[in-house]
Design a protein around this ligand. Structure first.
Ligand SMILES: [Zn+2]
Length: 358
């Protein structure tokens, strides 16, 4: 039987917008390049060799996982943007390629000096082969399945370009840092425009807001160096924002008071009571994840432990919708397929509406 992406789309949309006609709790896994290589048996270079290759590999992977969502993980404002900036600024050598995972930038090389920031050229993503492949793959997926979106971020790119120095700038030269954030924002808008030209309208944006964590910076700084740009992107595109933060002390409460978010995506705090409270405080914000962390039950537990975790989350959070099962963050190489495949099984068992926990 062909995979029923129509049902998945209805499940996701119905959950986000709080309609009553959802058949079961949706599943939103973060499958990165590593997982796509593992499931398809292809090297990363084979996958990224053409839009068709990448689209097919992504479809195979997300269908194998029994997901309700699909993504092209390289169309992401981490390494993908580092590569775009490196190419546009003649620093290609700062990018290292691997066989079974995504390329990586040497952090802090592209914007090593103040002059590097001053002269930093904004990439034209249409001319960056990796981005052209990714956006074209998204176009194929969108035409075939009617879904697939973009993943943006400001601070994740700042860290790639400026490295650890960004934290020094925050104290000593915040204006310089802000100048870099502005350039990253312009680059993100270029991705959005490229996507619009090639694929069409932008409904949802998955935003990796890595600044929104107490370990990284104050909430005030997070708003200054990332939050204000999210607001601007929202104003420009009218898109709904899903905020991802996989850190251990995220500012989800604080940020939901400042920015209108469709959903939050995180795995901390691990205390389920926090999430029950969050749902009461922000009933219109969908929770994707809650306390399903890929480095705990999934990595070290048994399938039964995984089932219990999924059940705990559904039991506490899925009544009335606006909850999506999503282990966080990317499913790593070391997690067994038995444990990974237990998630969709547990969702079917415990997450089919009307919910029944006996
Ligand atoms: Zn993450």
């Amino acid at each position: 039987m062909p995979y029923d992406w129509d049902a998945s789309r209805k499940r996701i949309i119905g959950t986000f917008f709080g309609t009553n006609e959802i058949d079961r709790v949706p599943y939103f896994p973060l499958a990165c390049e590593e997982m796509i290589c593992r499931i398809t048996g292809k090297t990363y270079k084979e996958i990224i060799a053409s839009p068709k290759n990448y689209a097919n590999a992504a479809i195979t992977t997300f269908e194998f996982l029994k997901a309700d969502t699909i993504s092209i993980p390289t169309a992401y404002a981490g390494p993908g943007e580092a590569l775009a900036f490196a190419e546009a600024n003649n620093k290609k050598e700062s990018i290292k390629w691997f066989d079974y995972k995504v390329f990586m930038a040497k952090q802090g090389v592209v914007c090593k000096t103040e002059e590097d920031i001053d002269k930093l050229e904004i990439p034209d993503h249409r001319k960056i082969s990796v981005w052209d492949t990714c956006i074209s793959a998204l176009d194929i997926i969108n035409k075939k399945l009617g879904m697939g979106g973009l993943c943006l971020g400001i601070w994740s790119v700042v860290q790639e370009l400026r490295g650890i120095q960004a934290y020094r700038d925050m104290r000593r030269n915040p204006d310089l840092l802000l100048k870099l954030c502005e350039k990253v924002y312009k680059s993100q808008m270029d991705i959005l425009n490229f996507y619009k030209e090639k694929v069409g309208g932008i409904g949802m944006i998955f935003f990796t807001g890595y600044s929104f964590n107490k370990h990284m910076m104050s909430f005030e700084d997070a708003m200054k160096f990332e939050g204000q740009f999210i607001k601007r992107i929202q104003k420009e595109t009218k898109a709904s924002i899903i905020l991802h933060n996989c850190g251990t002390t995220p500012y989800f409460d604080e940020v939901c008071k400042e920015i209108d978010l469709l959903a939050v995506n995180g795995s901390h705090p691990l205390d389920i009571e926090y999430w029950v409270n969050f749902k009461e405080k922000f009933p219109n914000v969908t929770i994707i994840g809650a306390n399903i962390d890929v480095s705990r039950e999934l990595l070290n537990g048994t399938p039964q432990d995984v089932e219990n975790k999924v059940k705990e989350n559904i039991m506490n959070l899925a009544t009335g919708g606006r909850y999506v099962v999503g282990p966080i963050c990317c499913l790593p190489w070391g997690v067994s397929l038995n444990n990974i495949m237990e998630i969709p099984k547990a969702i079917k068992k415990w997450g089919t509406y009307p919910l029944n926990f006996n």
